[in-house]
Design a protein around this ligand. Structure first.
Ligand code: ATP
Ligand code: MG
Length: 258
């Protein structure tokens, strides 16, 4: 079982769109997938049409009141399970900060799941900040997947999250943490800027850039308002094709180990 944090402290770069559609596309390839919504905005939760129910998030597990298994719910998508978010996750940060070992609360909560390994992949949809929830995600993950929007400040954003990754890689927090890859999102082949960002990313982080690129697509932005993944909403469109390609590339880069 591999735990992958989908994170970038920059807002609106395609983290949630990627969490939902990569999770659904990997699940469609006969893998068992758990999506954990770590963002109090709960966009991944509503994006798979899951009701935002008070008390159902990972919060109570992180503060030691319940175990993780009781938080897992099936979705309408076969092979795809979810731990939804709720607005209370925002308060969670304050409470966790007061506990012992606040940075490894999620890591400890996920350990029984890692031991039992009932899933091939666990994806963590992170909130857009370098706060306690994202730090917990990086402390618990085997890999970090960074979606970047193809725009001018893309590289600057990456260097910040890579700094955080390096800090967490020092023992005892999470030495094995790897950069799974950087994913270009909202790519527009017609603009010189998109092409330039792609070139710079490939120069700075060769071997770490996914060959699969997610194009800008209205369909991808419409799907969540219907509570559907792109595979349900527009199965034959460019967005679905891009996320299916990414799922193939992802699975070959990151064997589940199950
Ligand atoms: P936040 O930081 O707020 O959590 P995020 O990084 O999770 O944001 P998304 O919510 O996935 O980003 O995307 C931001 C906006 O861009 C949304 O309105 C989404 O529908 C849209 N969007 C994401 N990917 C694409 C795409 N490839 N083409 C067009 N629109 C997209
Ligand atoms: Mg999001």
């Amino acid at each position: 079982m591999q735990v992958i944090a989908i994170a970038n402290q920059k807002g609106g770069v395609g983290k949630t769109t990627t969490s939902i559609n990569l999770a659904a596309s990997v699940a469609a390839k006969d893998k068992r997938v758990l999506l954990i919504d770590l963002d109090p905005q709960a966009n991944a939760t509503s994006g798979v049409n899951f009701p935002v129910d008070p008390g159902m998030s990972i919060y109570s597990a992180m503060v030691g009141e319940t175990d993780i298994f009781s938080r897992i719910q099936p979705t309408l998508v076969p092979n795809l399970f979810i731990i939804p978010a709720e607005i209370d996750l925002a308060g969670c940060e304050v409470e966790i900060a007061r506990l012992d070992d606040p940075l490894v609360r999620l890591k400890e909560v996920l350990q029984p799941l890692k031991d039992a390994a009932p899933y091939d992949y666990v994806f963590l949809d992170c909130p857009p900040s370098l706060g306690i929830l994202m730090t917990n995600a990086l402390a618990a993950a085997d890999g970090l997947l960074v979606p970047v929007q193809c725009e001018f400040y893309a590289l600057e954003g990456i260097s910040k999250i890579m700094d955080l990754m390096k800090k967490l890689q020092s023992p005892p927090i999470n030495a094995p943490l790897q950069l799974t890859g950087v994913l270009m999102t909202m790519y527009d082949a017609r603009t010189r800027l998109s092409q330039q960002v792609a070139k710079e990313l490939n120069q700075h982080l060769p071997d770490h850039i996914f060959q699969s690129i997610i194009p800008r697509s209205i369909r991808l932005s419409e799907a969540p308002s219907f509570g559907q993944t792109i595979l349900q909403y527009d199965a034959d469109g460019v967005g679905a094709k891009a996320y299916r390609n990414l799922a193939d590339e992802f699975i070959s880069r990151v064997p589940s180990g199950n």
